[in-house]
Design a protein around this ligand. Structure first.
Ligand code: SAM
Length: 245
């Protein structure tokens, strides 16, 4: 029988290891997905790879799974971060989901001069991160940071990490040295910065241009929506320097 469910858990995984299931997961596994004793489930915890387990106890509010065998080794995420400005709710959900599917190690929401969004619902976005990792077959759940001001993030920028800035001012300037910066980046660590719907302010642009670790890039001749720009930029980086190669 093929496993219908893939679940992120925090407990250790190994041959014969029992994994206790709490009320929320029990409801999902045994009420929503209707898994019975003996049903297969795939588990991962971000440390031990992916494991096939079977339901050993399927109660209303709790249950137990027993690990049988490892199905995949741990596949670490490429060392790239995504800095993005939260946009409207469903579009932020899209950004979070796609970034996890495309493969980033850390999602960093940043507030900028023109960031226009509702309250950042960290718990909801974290649930979307876990859900996306479960769905896409990742063996590690990316880290999700709380929102921080862009200027503060830039102030504490770690040495040796390039910041690839999707700069709409370069739209259409293909062939320029800046627009090909991505192909110069042969490896991690890196980060990608995409702005809000209103773009970056003049002060933010001046600050970004003044920083030695910032590499401005073009994402082609058309102005993309913020969420499209995230997908395009991460895909370009993955193809040039990430784990798609
Ligand atoms: N209203 C802004 C303007 O025209 O100045 C457009 C902002 S765009 C909707 C949102 C973000 O996507 C930008 O801040 C930038 O990071 C990225 N972006 C969109 N199209 C781009 C392009 N062709 N090249 C580089 N970055 C782009």
């Amino acid at each position: 029988m093929e496993a219908k469910v893939r679940l992120y858990v925090e407990q250790p995984l190994g041959t014969g290891q029992a994994v206790a299931v709490g009320p929320e997961q029990a409801n999902y596994l045994f009420a929503v997905m209707r898994l019975a004793v003996g049903a297969p489930v795939l588990l991962f915890n971000g440390r031990d790879g992916e494991w096939l387990a079977h339901v050993a106890d399927a109660g209303k509010r709790r249950g137990a799974l027993i690990c049988a065998a490892q199905t995949r080794a741990l596949q670490p995420l490429p060392d790239v971060w995504l800095l993005f400005s939260p946009v409207r709710k469903e579009r932020t959900h899209f950004i979070v989901e796609k970034a996890v599917e495309l493969g980033v190690a850390r999602l960093m929401p940043v507030s900028t001069r023109f960031t226009q969004s509702e309250r950042w619902r960290h718990d909801k976005h974290l649930a979307h991160v876990v859900e996306a990792a479960e769905q896409c077959g990742a063996t590690v759940v990316p880290e999700l940071c709380e929102v921080q001001p862009l200027a503060q993030v830039l102030k504490g920028w770690p040495e040796g990490r390039a910041l690839i800035w999707a700069d709409e001012a370069l739209a259409g300037q293909s062939g320029t040295r800046e627009s090909s910066a991505l192909t110069d980046i042969t490896g991690a660590p890196a980060a990608i910065l995409v702005g809000p719907e209103g773009g970056f302010s003049e002060e933010e642009k001046a600050l970004l241009r003044s920083l030695p670790y910032v590499r401005p890039i073009s994402l082609g001749p058309r102005i993309l929506r913020a969420e499209t720009a995230v997908v395009a930029a991460v895909a370009l980086w993955q193809a040039a320097a990430g784990d798609w190669r």
